[in-house]
Write a protein that binds this ligand. Structure first.
Ligand code: ZN
Length: 416
């Protein structure tokens, strides 16, 4: 079983419905996984100088027109109509039915204009620059139904959507910071190899060729100077900037874009962004758009397909304690309580089903560790440990299990 949807079904993580194509219904166990990744990301982003923000999902048409999304990305956006009576558009005595739908909002396909609004809500000083904002942004993109493919291509997803407002002189450091985050985060999930492409100006674009020359040169120089091998991908940049694209391969060798960073001189001009520099004069920042994992859902899909299950630090339940009979119930409860006390996500299976039935069910759910407890283990203060994918059980002292798991508990790092 390799398809992430099939794995998600046996693990009870999420499902899809016909009435909401391209959108995920997260189940309790799946949301645990999602939250665990989110919390880990939050820590990594914070340690790299980012502050988390949250912005609305629906933003006005006028803002999207100004950012250029309405004209250049409009076919991919979900436009929101209002059927409510609105005196500004509706004559007296007209019923709501006779009022044309007002298409005044669009669901954000990315968070850039919202983060620009946060930047512009205050007068900015050089002391705040580089300003690094990040959001777990809920974004919507109206992908054609034929291209939808489980978590790999969705119409609604959450991306780690970050924007940096900095000086031109900061660009190399900021791109280096991004590539370090990519290395650190991908390694935590077991990926030590990733591809880098530099996507250059597309045919449909905004801004002068001079700015595009400059932005493309910055990305190429950064990869050269920082020693990253890259391929050029002409015509594949977004309409406002070129970008570095970081991709991972799935088990079929298909390449999926995950991380990205984009150097953008255009939005700062259009939105007239500024900060007061050290000389007391107004200066225009450069904007970087970045996502390290990209779509969280796609990330989880690739992880499930590549690993066939979830690593111990991400598993919704890490250890299941299963009794052989009633006689070992007290020891099983003590083991369960101690694991919970350590912050381990544990479950207790002390019902009277046979141990082979319990093991079959728990293995079917891809439980990473099953701690089997019988009279013998109760007498010795041990457990019989069954690891996912390993057919031989090993009896170990409970203290040894505690030690093995001690780095998991509340510690989110995968590297233990
Ligand atoms: Zn952006």
């Amino acid at each position: 079983m390799h398809d992430h949807r099939a794995i998600a079904k046996v693990m009870d993580l999420f499902h899809f419905e016909e009435h909401s194509p391209g959108m995920v219904f997260w189940h309790p166990m799946g949301l645990r996984v999602f939250r665990q990744i989110e919390e880990f990301m939050r820590q990594v982003y914070h340690s790299h100088g980012f502050e988390e923000v949250r912005s609305p999902v629906a933003l006005s048409r006028s803002l999207w027109e100004k950012s250029g999304h309405w004209g250049k990305f409009g076919n991919n956006m979900f436009v929101v109509g209002s059927m409510q009576q609105d005196n500004s558009v509706e004559g007296e005595g007209q019923s709501a039915d006779s009022v044309a739908v007002n298409l005044n909002y669009a669901l954000k396909p990315m968070s850039c204009p919202a983060h620009i609004a946060i930047y512009q809500a205050q007068k900015r000083s050089y002391r705040e620059i580089p300003m690094r904002l990040m959001e777990f942004g809920i974004v919507h993109r109206n992908e054609p139904s034929g291209s939808l493919s489980g978590c790999m291509r969705l119409r609604q997803f959450v991306q780690d959507d970050a924007h940096i407002f900095c000086r031109e002189a900061d660009l190399l450091d900021e791109i280096g910071n991004f590539l370090n985050m990519v290395k650190e985060l991908y390694a935590a999930f077991g990926y030590h190899k990733f591809g880098i492409k530099i996507a250059l100006r597309p045919e449909q674009r905004m801004g002068s060729d001079e700015l595009w020359d400059k932005a493309e040169a910055v990305l190429i120089n950064a990869c050269e100077e920082l020693g990253y091998a890259y391929e050029l991908s002409p015509g594949e940049g977004s309409f406002y900037s070129p970008k570095i694209e970081v991709s991972l391969e799935d088990r079929l060798g298909r390449s999926w874009q995950c991380g990205t960073i984009q150097v953008d001189f255009n939005f700062p001009q259009i939105f007239e962004l500024s900060f007061v520099n050290q000389e007391g004069k107004l200066e225009q920042p450069v904007m970087l758009h970045q996502a390290v994992l990209g779509s969280m859902e796609r990330w989880i899909g690739i992880l499930l397909e590549n690993q066939g299950a979830l690593p111990l630090w991400l598993a919704p339940v890490q250890v299941a304690v299963a009794t052989i009979s009633d006689k070992s119930a007290d020891w099983a409860e003590a083991v369960f309580a101690r694991l919970k006390g350590m912050g381990i996500r544990a479950e207790l299976h002390a019902d009277d089903a046979t141990i082979s039935k319990k093991i079959r069910e728990l293995s079917g759910r891809k439980m990473p560790l099953i701690a089997i407890v019988g009279e013998r283990e109760a007498a010795k203060g041990s457990v019989n440990l069954r690891r996912l994918g390993v057919s031989v059980q090993e009896e170990i002292a409970f203290a040894q299990l505690e030690e093995e798991l001690s780095c998991l508990g509340n510690n989110l790092s995968a590297v233990c």
